[in-house]
Design a protein around this ligand. Sequence first.
Ligand SMILES: Nc1ncnc2c1ncn2[C@@H]1O[C@H](COP(=O)(O)OP(=O)(O)OP(=O)(O)O)[C@@H](O)[C@H]1O
Length: 304
Amino acid sequence: MSAAIEAISLTKRYGRRATAALGDCSFRLPAGRISALVGPNGAGKSTLLAIAAGLRRPTSGRLTVLGGAPGEARAKVAYLSQDKPLYPQLTVAATLRLGAELNPDRWDAAYAADIVEQGSLDPKAKIRSLSGGQRTRVALALALGKRPELMLLDEPMADLDPLARHELMGTLMGDAAEHGTTVLMSSHIVSELADACDHLLLVGGGRIRLGGGIDDLTGAHSLVTGRGDLAGHTVVESRPSGRGVTALIRREGRLGEGWQVQEPSLEELLLAYLRSPGAPALLTPSTAPATGSGPATHRAEVSA
Ligand SMILES: Nc1ncnc2c1ncn2[C@@H]1O[C@H](COP(=O)(O)OP(=O)(O)OP(=O)(O)O)[C@@H](O)[C@H]1O
């Protein structure tokens, strides 16, 4: 499967800060997938999206987008930053006309207008008079109207009400499925991601901690409860539970007697990794870079 984004030893340091925002990150993101970009505050998600959008330069290492340098692919990429900049003095209709002018070969005017209409927005309303959620809808209409090959979305739904979020997420996912658009979307709302995304990139402390198809990643782990020896398995997290423990593990071979075993949900998997920043990274074959080696990374023997 071709890569929409590939990073080799990508490092970003802001100024003279001792800690890199991204440090030696290597991964590939398959084209045509809807990927969740997850991680705690300050993990480096916005930095990664801004580099992929061509708005920030890496300090060292390399990141390619649709096979070229990030800036080169700009016409085929839509990027929605967290602050969703729009011109406050323009009307909704004028904002969409600007979208048409900026993307003469790609603009789908009817589709962009449709997204705005679904939110019952008055085309004559000035952007500055809109609520945060209404501005988000206009910004998403601009991004989707461009009919991009790759969408980079930084917490796109954060200020939408639950109904609008559900509806716009449906539009986004339906569109991505129909047109084969690759989406990389950061969010802190795991339930939203579990429904919408088929692929995951977990960043923490500037490193890639998990990468791969969501089913592959949950399938590579077990949530075990009981008592006994877990030696030989990779224990991501272990917590006391009754007279024994509940542990999230990567099974390496057979598990001894006395354990209740279940596959973790995406939320259980993410929480265990977030609570255990020292757990070894795991990239499944679909996400492991083809042309370089990253930091000490375990590559899972699972189908991609
Ligand atoms: N312009 C900047 N100048 C200096 N440091 C920055 C700048 N932007 C980000 N950082 C730092 O880089 C690190 C990663 O920040 P980034 O915004 O990429 O994280 P994030 O995962 O998007 O966080 P959040 O979930 O809070 O949005 C943080 O330590 C942050 O303080």
